[in-house]
Design a protein around this ligand. Structure first.
Ligand code: SIN
Length: 522
């Protein structure tokens, strides 16, 4: 068992983890942990960009209003104001440090995405924004002696006692080595859970580990039922998929059914650029009506050279499937994209467990409500990652508890194939029963099927794949239990058996004792 003590323990290496590591390293030592490598994250895959009201004709008030509208009365307005106002400062900080966003006529180019009332989305490398920002922040911490990176390291337990966290137990699986990480500031920045679904735009690593770790440690988890489906993920019979950025619709691409009819017209005043919950539901209905597995996105009326330079990665991916998006329509259908709920935090990213902070997609900070506004998530990583560091300094002396060693971890290769098979079955259950449109029967059936998988498993203590499966089950069940309990339709949670939206908005908070608490929002 190896031991590593640092001032900050940061779990996750997307934009939230990296940016907070950069700031934390100015105040102390940092252990930065990633399950795979520094370039496997939803942040790295982000296409559209990062929203900020920097245009002369825009205002932070407009951005706040659009965010609240998308969030369907479930956002915390204070959190949204912080996001939008401090977001501009954080972006300016990146630009001053040398980050290059795309330009148009010498000014920062701004894209348009669903739910935004005007062009507001900064981007880089066309639709390679995530890759460019992640690489840039990586360059900011490169060679920093205060930051030690642990790749291929799974955190399987947070070490907590009486609601105080003191570190984590990890397993570096490429070296088969156990680690005990001690720290007084534990930052969870481990991303979302959409990778649990069969159809997803996320990397395979987005399996909600942070949520299950925090839940097992006694943290409160909020609004897990809200899973955002991105309307336009490439559809193929083989199941292979990739994201077609909403920025394409922002530049005029439109949706048609198999008869070439634009079905979004008349459904919402913004048509294809309505918020995601509206567009995904409309596509779902269209697919049901036609009894087909996809609809289409068309760009053939847009200048071909522009398409190639603005959406280079989408152009190249589509070519691999023999599609030239300058003239061929693209088959698409919605895919799980973003975990809107997560670990409940205050405005400074603190959870209800002392010394444990959460930010980025893993957290429920109140900024997204029931449906995240496009391109607000990279912004959230910067704003609340920075806030967590500031709060950790303000907190001063921290309570310390002892860190005990436990049994050593192992990887049983005999369990691997069983794990992969179970993961695949769970992903199909989530897609079919806990998808865009839900009902009680489907949700209860999903719970039952998950219980069957759980009871059929021979879980081994301190074993890698057993642990992976148990984490998947905890997170999936939280999504389903939230969806069963919320008997209304709101944002990313659509119940065909409860069509209406309750007058009084509320959050659902899940606790380790399995209690689900309703928090009314005033
Ligand atoms: C997109 O490019 O459409 C995704 C942007 C986001 O999810 O914020």
């Amino acid at each position: 068992m190896k031991k590593f003590q640092s001032d900050y323990l940061i779990i996750g290496s997307g934009l939230a983890g990296l940016f907070s590591a950069y700031h934390a390293s100015q105040y102390g030592t940092v252990a930065l942990i990633t399950k795979h490598d520094l370039k496997t994250s939803s942040s790295f895959w982000a296409q559209g960009g990062i929203a900020a009201a920097i245009d002369k004709t825009d205002s932070t008030q407009n951005h706040v209003e659009d965010t609240l509208e998308a969030g369907r009365n479930l956002c915390d307005k204070k959190a949204v104001e912080i996001l939008v106002n401090e977001g501009i400062t954080r972006i300016e900080e990146l630009i001053k440090s040398g980050m290059k966003f795309d330009l148009l006529n010498g000014e920062i180019a701004l894209g348009l995405e669903g739910g935004h009332s005007r062009r507001r989305v900064l981007h880089a490398g066309g639709t390679s924004t995530g890759e460019k920002i992640v690489n840039f922040v990586l360059s900011m911490i490169k060679g920093n002696k205060n930051v030690t990176v642990f790749e291929n390291t799974l955190i399987h337990d947070l070490i907590c006692e009486d609601q105080v966290c003191a570190g984590a137990r990890g397993f570096k699986w490429d070296e088969k080595e156990d680690y005990l990480f001690g720290s007084k500031n534990i930052f969870l920045a481990s991303g979302g859970a959409s990778g649990i679904y069969f159809r997803t735009t996320n990397p395979h690593s987005s399996t909600g580990d942070g949520v299950s770790l925090a839940y097992n440690a006694g943290a409160e988890i909020r609004n897990m039922e809200f899973i955002q489906f991105h309307p336009t993920a490439f559809y193929s019979k083989s199941g292979e998929t990739f994201l077609i950025s909403e920025a394409a619709r922002g530049d005029g691409a439109y949706l048609v059914n198999h008869k070439d009819e634009r079905f979004m017209i008349g459904k919402h005043e913004l048509a294809e650029l309505a918020p995601r919950d509206v567009v995904s539901k409309a596509i779902f209905s269209e697919m049901l009506r036609s009894n087909l597995d996809c609809v289409y996105l068309k760009l053939d009326h847009i200048d071909g050279d522009y398409i190639k330079s603005r959406f280079p990665n989408i152009f190249n991916e589509a070519l691999k499937h023999d599609l030239d998006i300058r003239k061929d329509k693209i088959p698409i259908s919605p895919a799980a994209h973003y975990m809107v709920g997560g670990i409940k935090t205050d405005l400074n990213a603190r959870t209800n467990v002392k010394n444990l902070y959460a930010f980025g997609e893993v957290a429920s900070s109140g900024v997204h409500g029931a449906n995240r506004l496009a391109s607000n998530s990279l912004l959230e990583c910067l704003v609340f990652g920075y806030r967590a560091v500031q709060e950790s300094i303000n907190e001063g002396n921290k309570i310390e508890i002892g860190v005990k060693e436990e049994g050593s971890y192992s990887v049983n290769q005999l369990v691997e194939s069983n794990y992969l098979r179970s993961k695949n079955i769970i992903s199909r259950i989530m897609n079919r029963n806990v998808g865009i449109v839900r009902n009680e029967e489907l949700l209860k059936e999903a719970l039952l099927k998950l219980s069957e998988i759980e009871t059929s498993w021979n879980f081994e203590e301190y074993e890698y794949y057993s642990d992976r499966l148990s984490s998947l089950l905890v997170t999936s069940k939280m999504i389903i239990n939230g969806a069963l309990t919320r008997k209304e339709s709101r944002g990313g949670h659509i119940r065909e058996d409860y069509n209406g939206t309750d007058k009084q908005p509320y959050n659902l908070v899940q606790k380790k004792n399995r209690e689900i608490q309703t928090e009314v929002i005033n």
